[in-house]
Write a protein that binds this ligand. Structure first.
Ligand SMILES: [Cu+2]
Length: 181
């Protein structure tokens, strides 16, 4: 049901990997974006299945639904929000199926939500190949319409980070931690 995927480039990608060429050469992520109005965005945000405690959102069950926004109105740029918490740590049970919905609510800017094992600090251009097909760069909201997309992740136990790969965003704090255990 994932709406995102990588387009593989076949032999050239394999050769690039074999030669140790930087991920800058990797094939870009192609993502399908849908649009929602602000009331629809609020309904989507309410579908997050976690429970907030301080700066942590804890998920339980076999299937969890993470709904993240980029720069909700009223929050500082650049940041992610989940349950109105800025850049929260996500606690997810190992073995769970994680359905992620990412919505860009930041008028005038694009953002991405990509998952990596690489922690901070991040370069201005993080150039991270996500460990699961993430979102790639969102469209810039316009005309009261906000882009959102979905992907599914089956994490193994470990520590991960969600990051925005628009240049400068992760470097200036647009990331958070995910603990799977
Ligand atoms: Cu961003």
């Amino acid at each position: 049901m994932s709406k995102t995927r990588y387009i593989t480039a076949g032999l050239s990608t394999i050769m690039a990997a074999a030669l140790g060429i930087s991920t800058a050469m990797a094939t870009p992520l192609v993502t399908t974006w849908k649009t929602a109005t602000l009331p629809q965005v609020k309904a989507l945000l309410a579908k997050d299945s976690g429970k907030v405690s301080g700066k942590t959102v804890t998920y339980s069950g076999k299937t969890v639904h993470v709904v993240a926004a980029a720069v909700l109105p009223g929050f500082p740029f650049p940041s992610f929000e989940i349950h109105d918490v800025k850049n929260p740590t996500l606690d997810i049970p190992a073995g769970a199926t994680v359905d992620v919905t990412f919505i860009n609510t930041n008028k005038g800017f694009g953002h991405s939500f990509d998952i990596t094992k690489k922690g901070p600090p991040y370069a201005v251009m993080p150039n991270i190949k996500p460990i699961v097909a993430g979102t790639g760069f969102s469209p810039v909201p316009k005309g009261g319409k906000f882009g959102y997309t979905d992907f599914t992740w089956h994490p193994t136990a470990g520590t991960y980070y969600y990051v925005c790969q628009i240049p400068g965003h992760a470097a200036t704090g647009m990331f958070g931690k995910i603990v799977v255990k």
